[in-house]
Design a protein around this ligand. Sequence first.
Ligand SMILES: Cc1ncc(COP(=O)(O)O)c(C=O)c1O
Length: 431
Amino acid sequence: MNTLAITGGSPIRDSKKKPWPKWPVWDSAEEAGLMEVLSSGIWSYNGPKEVEFNKAYAKYIGSKYNICAANGTVTLQLALEACGIGLGDEVIVPGLTWQATAAAVLDVNAQPVLADVDERTWCIDPEDIRRKITPATKAIIPVHLYGCMADMDSILAIAKEHGLYVIEDCAHKHGGEWNGKKAGSIGDIGSFSYQLSKLLTAGEGGSLTTSSDELWEKLDALRNCGRRPEQGGEEQDKGAGVYDDDGNFIQSGNFRITDFQAALLLEALKRLDEQNAVREKNAMYLNNLIKDIPGIEPMFHDPRETRKAFFNYSFRYYGDEFGGLPASTFREALMAELGCNIESCYEPLTMCSLYQPHTKPARHKLTASYWQNIAPAHTKLPVCEKVFADHAVCFHHLVLMGNQKSMDQIAEAITKIRANIDELKPAAAVV
Ligand SMILES: Cc1ncc(COP(=O)(O)O)c(C=O)c1O
């Protein structure tokens, strides 16, 4: 009789009876905040909740400013524009990220240059950044991917040496710290996403953090149809209607958020540290449980990560220790045992189905050499490609919001699969 859930046995966790925690989290505080916005009639345009959130989040991150915008894709694009990056410029991004990181570079007509990642953290490899720098390089966008952080000391040193901007993509890292500094306050600009799956969410939304007066002024104008805020940063205190009126505008579009989103963010921010602490405690406990299972390797956590933020919980799987079982079959077997979603990592940008720069020739009517340079398949990223194909096992952060018993079950499920690997041999042969 089979014992693995995928071959008909009983699962380690019956998720219908014992559901995993739900995401997003909200209660009557969100309801009250939303009703307040509704009855105020100020539903958008630097409303009181947005002004309050900007101040609260800037303080939380430890940057001088926070500027809300429509999502974590346009925030990257606005950040690049604020740094004056455009045609002919190159921007180094990791090959293992959501496509938005590179797409934002394309959308300002610059060239994304894909760098490989550190296999221990899956974040951009500083050595590969060095190899990819040319006289056209203007910026680096490190992504603090899933539960890890990019090596910001090395990245800042490279940026200083070559006079480059550093735009931190913090879509996964609300509240994570490197050497006591929050992600988003380390580089020139931090870019956050508040999309539904994220650690801080308003369904959709994004924001930019910076401590530079000059960058803040540009970013605030760029997200608001080019209207320049008043000098000196007073706009964050005053709300709408503070723009100078002497024709000092720049070209841009409307990337503003609504005050309903800001109301949700204000309440979610109050819960963030506590939720991050639960996720960190559970992730570290689980790492300890699985670290000695042959074929399983927890992610490396650099001691300079002084506070962790887990958008995903990931570990590395080595099929050799599981009778040659492919990672995809292992993930399916684990999902069947646990009743939660488990995926590989992002598709590397060299082979990502949603990263198709050549499908926008009319928008980017650029030179043949531009098209040649951005062709994803022209870059080889051996670490990204191997991690995606053979090693990545990723859970959404909601599994980390359960209790210790839930972590025990994850470890138990892995051990169970390894002990009963023979049941999967025929399936392994087919894959
Ligand atoms: C690393 C990274 N950067 C940027 C984004 C874009 O954020 P948004 O979905 O808010 O546009 C995401 C979204 O998942 C992301 O994971």
